[in-house]
Design a protein around this ligand. Structure first.
Ligand SMILES: *Cc1c(COP(=O)(O)O)cnc(C)c1O
Length: 394
């Protein structure tokens, strides 16, 4: 049988089509899936129970344990999770929610789903691209009900400082933890947090998310809202524990299915090891970039607690970033920008006019994200740094 037909080589051969000068394409991110995931999916199919069964419960249990939480609720995405966090905490029409603009658009969208108004807050600085506490204080009004912080690139926001800010002002604190699963105290100091298992995150279920909360009553409400606001689950009814149900609140269909939960449970076991590998590769990038391209700045420090979700660098102001990205693409290296600021998207510009966030705008005009995922090795890092240097000297 030709090599390309064995399952293991299918992906290699599709990558081969994109090979440049005989070199493997270095993608920005890449999920790691294998035999264990395949077997787990087959087992779900053989069981003939496809959604909201024991595998979802087991995945929730394992995720809660890994984060030192009493419980967790699996959902269909982090976006759905953020919506449920806001809704279950009672954030709604008339309320304002402080959010970073340097984030994926879902953070702000979730506030709109809840009927509340996002209030964009600038980042601390280009070297510390987290939502700024000082700036947040100036954006507070009597209507401010909550703040959502986002652990940009996996680098943890100063949660103790945010907790005391929230307590002092009597507002709720929510974490968009899409970038930082299984890192430090993530999910422990906020009122609720949402995680993502989208394909490009540190672990994946293709689509999926998880919610943690400080209070059991909030998490119970999230669990009910995930499934139409119904008081009992499918499994309970199937097992005869409940023959009927009530609907006590407005709910949604934000459930996770058994297939995703089965994959998630396997991915979760490897998450700490993958995060560790990401941290090593990030440190290697820092070292090699500092030696080869001292004019390039790297946000945060090598000591910052992080899940190393992204490898962001700041090109010198005035660099033609599009040209650099094209040169890297031609060298078989994928790059991206994290993120175009949310407040500058046309939808948000129309909604919230005359917003100016100078640090966010400066950061986003210079930022470039380099390939970072556990399948890379130190030679790949060297290749990226060399290609970047070539792009600058050409
Ligand atoms: C990926 C991401 C989301 C959305 O996650 P989904 O699971 O795709 O809904 C939200 N916020 C941030 C910061 C993200 O990176």
């Amino acid at each position: 049988m030709p090599k390309a037909f064995s399952p293991k080589n299918t992906r290699a051969s599709s990558l081969a089509a994109d090979m440049q000068e005989g070199k493997r394409v270095l993608s920005l991110s890449e999920p790691i899936l294998g035999e264990a995931e395949k077997q787990a999916l087959c087992a779900v199919i053989d069981s003939n129970w496809l959604t909201m069964g024991d595998r979802v419960i087991q995945f929730e249990r394992a995720f809660a344990d890994l984060h030192g939480a009493f419980d967790a609720v699996a959902v269909s995405s982090c976006t759905a999770g953020l919506h449920l966090c806001l809704q279950a905490l009672g954030v709604g029409p008339g309320d304002e929610v402080l959010v970073p603009s340097l984030t994926f658009v879902a953070t702000a969208n979730a506030v709109l789903y809840a009927g509340a108004s996002p209030v964009f807050v600038d980042i601390e600085s280009e070297r510390l691209p987290h939502i700024s506490l000082e700036e947040a204080a100036t954006r507070c009004t009597p209507r401010t009900k909550a703040a959502i912080v986002m652990h940009y690139g996996g680098y943890l926001v100063d949660m103790p400082a945010w907790r005391s800010f929230a307590d002092k002002r009597g507002i709720l604190l929510i974490e968009d933890a899409a970038h930082a699963p299984a890192t430090g105290e993530v999910g422990r100091l906020s009122d609720a947090s949402a995680f993502s298992f989208f394909t490009n995150k540190n672990m994946s279920t293709a689509e999926g998310g998880m919610v943690l909360a400080r209070e059991k009553s909030v998490l119970d409400l999230v669990r009910r809202m995930r499934s139409h606001g119904m008081t009992t689950g499918t499994l309970d009814r199937h097992r005869g524990h409940a023959y009927s149900y009530d609907v006590t609140t407005l709910g949604y269909n934000y459930r996770m299915d058994e297939l995703r939960a089965a994959v998630g449970a396997i991915q979760l076991k490897r998450l700490p090891e993958w995060n560790g590998r990401r941290r090593e590769l990030s440190k290697d990038y820092r070292k090699k970039l500092a030696a080869a391209l001292p004019e390039i700045e790297i946000p945060f420090t090598g000591e910052h607690q992080t899940a190393s979700h992204l490898m962001p660098v700041l090109l010198p102001a005035g660099t033609n970033r599009a040209k650099v990205m094209t040169a890297l693409r031609e060298a078989g290296i994928q790059t991206s920008i994290h993120y175009p600021p949310v407040h500058l998207f046309s939808y948000y510009r129309n909604l919230i006019p005359a917003e100016s966030l100078p640090n966010t705008e400066a950061f986003c005009s210079r930022e470039l994200s380099l390939p970072l995922h556990p399948s890379l090795d130190e030679d790949d890092v060297t290749r990226v740094v060399t290609a970047l240097k070539d792009a600058f000297s050409s």
